[in-house]
Write a protein that binds this ligand. Structure first.
Ligand SMILES: NC(=O)c1ccc[n+]([C@@H]2O[C@H](COP(=O)([O-])OP(=O)(O)OC[C@H]3O[C@@H](n4cnc5c(N)ncnc54)[C@H](O)[C@@H]3O)[C@@H](O)[C@H]2O)c1
Length: 245
């Protein structure tokens, strides 16, 4: 029976590329998102290519919706092997203008959701002996521009959540790792400027497929010696010193 992956935030951007990569690698792919229009389009595109895919509506900031997502996935495919906690929102707001409601919305979507979905799905991953989970964080867990408190805190939280989960779920043979993407362009790549590319030690801006390939690598059962790790994929930007001369 094919392995099954749930990818949250898979209707667009990075999650969409991750969903396509797993589908191409013969997974049953659950596209979990609140964007039904693009989620259904992706489902139909993958089905027309002979792949296995199912869009399931889910608002990851809502615990009931997470519970429903796991239930519907099991009804549809009877198993879960891999979970990619990718859905996220980013809003840059001055600290003095940040409402409690907005703070909670960003933290609940980016951080609490990964805790809840992992907790809900883990019993099923455990059944298949070699489960793996990837949390998508950000290099903003490690460094900042102005007015990114909620987003940075949510992504920093994901790094800590990841190593904690790796230790807790080791009894169930589930590995938990984290990817911290840098600048991954999800729009028109051709519209990027020279300076956008050249400032990166790798001489280019990232693409969603850069993250998708790393998700496949980290969740390959052969790679279960990689555990609790944070893989930074940013073309070298966080390794570059920025003192001005
Ligand atoms: N693109 C980048 O440069 C970059 C860099 C670092 C980290 N990231 C992280 O990667 C992940 C994907 O980013 P992206 O650039 O593809 O974003 P995106 O906005 O293109 O896609 C995010 C997807 O998540 C979905 N989503 C948002 N809130 C949701 C919710 N409550 N429930 C379910 N789905 C929800 C959206 O509908 C959308 O389909 C995010 O966690 C983001 O923080 C992105």
């Amino acid at each position: 029976m094919n392995r099954t992956v749930i990818v949250t935030g898979a209707s667009n951007g990075i999650g969409k590329a991750v969903a396509k990569a797993f589908a191409t690698n013969y997974y049953n792919v659950v596209i979990a998102d609140l964007d039904s229009e693009n989620g259904n389009l992706l489902q139909d595109e993958l089905l027309s290519e002979g792949r296995q895919a199912q869009f399931i509506y889910c608002d990851v900031s809502d615990p009931k919706s997470i519970h429903k997502l796991v239930k519907e996935t099991i009804n549809r495919y009877q198993r879960i092997d891999v979970l990619i906690n990718n859905a996220g929102i980013s809003e840059f707001i001055r600290p003095d203008e940040m409402s409690v409601e907005k703070w909670d919305q960003i933290l609940n979507t980016n951080l609490r959701a990964s805790f809840l979905l992992t907790r809900e799905a883990a019993p099923y991953l455990k059944k298949n002996k070699k489960g793996s989970i990837v949390n998508i964080a950000s290099t903003r867990a490690l460094m900042s521009e102005k007015y990114t408190e909620a987003y940075a805190a949510s992504k920093g939280g994901l790094l800590a959540l990841t190593h904690s989960q790796a230790v807790s779920y080791s009894v169930d043979n589930i590995t938990v790792n984290c990817i911290s993407p840098g600048w991954i362009h999800t729009g028109d790549y051709d519209k990027l400027r020279d300076i956008d590319h050249k400032q990166h030690p790798s001489k280019r801006v990232g693409k969603p497929e850069d993250i998708a390939r790393a998700c496949l690598f980290l969740t390959d059962p052969e790679n279960d010696f990689i555990n609790g790790e944070n893989l930074v994929i940013d073309g070298g930007m966080t390794r570059k010193m920025i003192y001005e001369h």
